[in-house]
Structures are given as C-alpha cells and as structure tokens.
Design a protein around this ligand. Structure first.
Ligand SMILES: [Zn+2]
Length: 186
C-alpha cells in the first residue's frame, strides 16, 4: 500500500501582545516558500505579527479580526496564497485560547498548477512601474476596469513577457474587505 503524504497544516499562535509564541515546521516552511529564506526560527520567534504584514489595509483587516477573536469568536476566512506556478486557496481558522493567545490554523483546500507568472515571483527583477495586488484574493487592479485574476490583468495591462514585471503594492480590494467585514459581523 502506498501512503500519500499527510496534508500540510500550518499553525502558529500569538500571545496577548500579538507576539508569535508558537509555530510548526510546516508553517515556517510555507512562509519561507512564499516570503523568502530570510525567515528563520530565530527571527520569527517572539516577533509581533505586524512585522510580517506590511501594507496598511491588510494590517487594518487583521486588527479587526483579532479584536473580534479576542471577544471570544472563532473566525474562518478563505484567502488565496498563490505561488508563481500554482493557484492555491487557503482556509484559515483564527480561534481564541483560554490564556488570551490566539491560534491560527490553516490548510490548503484547493491547489492547481498554472504557467509561471513572473509578477508573482519575489525573486524577479522589477521595472519602476507599480501594480496593486489584493493580498487576500491576489487579483490585480487594472485602473479604470476593476480587479482581475493575474493572467487576465497582465493581458489587460499589456505587460510584455520579455521585460521585468512591475513592482507589487499589496492592498485589499473592496470585495475582499466587504467579505471580511460581513464575516466579522455575522
Ligand atoms: Zn481581493
């Protein structure tokens, strides 16, 4: 009998001062795959999570979520966590613990391969241009037209294949913002 690899679950916890007090190996490995090899146990341990969430809109949403969770509610959200060669949906459960800390547990619920997208490759050299990407759904803003899946946005923005992609500014699109707010009030 052939055993399939166990699905990875990514877990971390923060204390009542938002400092990371626990993470499992899968979480650190996944964070390194997405954000870079600079993430080591010693520079994650005991750091505030805000050090790892740079854009103001995503920070704002997380602050609202944490405040709701600290009032005793467990929140489950879905978000995209794409790589340059895969579309991935992650389910994230955020739950209060009795000692005032908060547990974040996530798993990939859907994953499909796609052709390599340089715009999503953190190692890629960049042009001086900037595009906005929603940190929640990973759609890209096409000014005056709306938010689109990255492949469609690249066509609509006429980004050439053979030149460095623009820089990415993370933000949260209106649809994702509303979705989280509705989840918090439900
Ligand atoms: Zn979005």
């Amino acid at each position: 009998m052939e055993l399939l690899p166990a699905p990875r679950t990514f877990a971390y916890r923060i204390d009542d001062h938002d400092r990371i007090t626990f993470f499992n190996e899968d979480w650190l490995e996944f964070a390194r795959e997405n954000d870079g090899a600079h993430l080591t146990p010693s520079n994650v341990w005991s750091r505030p999570i805000w050090k790892f969430i740079s854009d103001p809109e995503t920070r704002h949403l997380y602050r609202l979520i944490l405040s709701r969770v600290r009032s005793g509610k467990t929140i489950t959200v879905h978000m995209r966590c794409d790589s340059p060669t895969a579309r991935r949906v992650v389910e994230l459960q955020i739950a209060p613990l009795p000692d005032g800390s908060i547990a974040f547990d996530s798993r990939i619920t859907h994953e499909e391969a796609r052709a390599y997208v340089a715009l999503l490759d953190a190692r890629c050299e960049r042009s001086p241009d900037v595009v906005s990407v929603c940190s929640w759904c990973k759609k890209v803003d096409v000014p005056g037209e709306g938010w689109f899946e990255v492949e469609e946005a690249i066509e609509r923005l006429h980004l050439p294949d053979n030149a460095p992609p623009p820089q990415v500014a993370n933000m949260v699109c209106y649809e994702c913002y509303r979705g989280v707010i509705d989840r918090l009030s439900g």
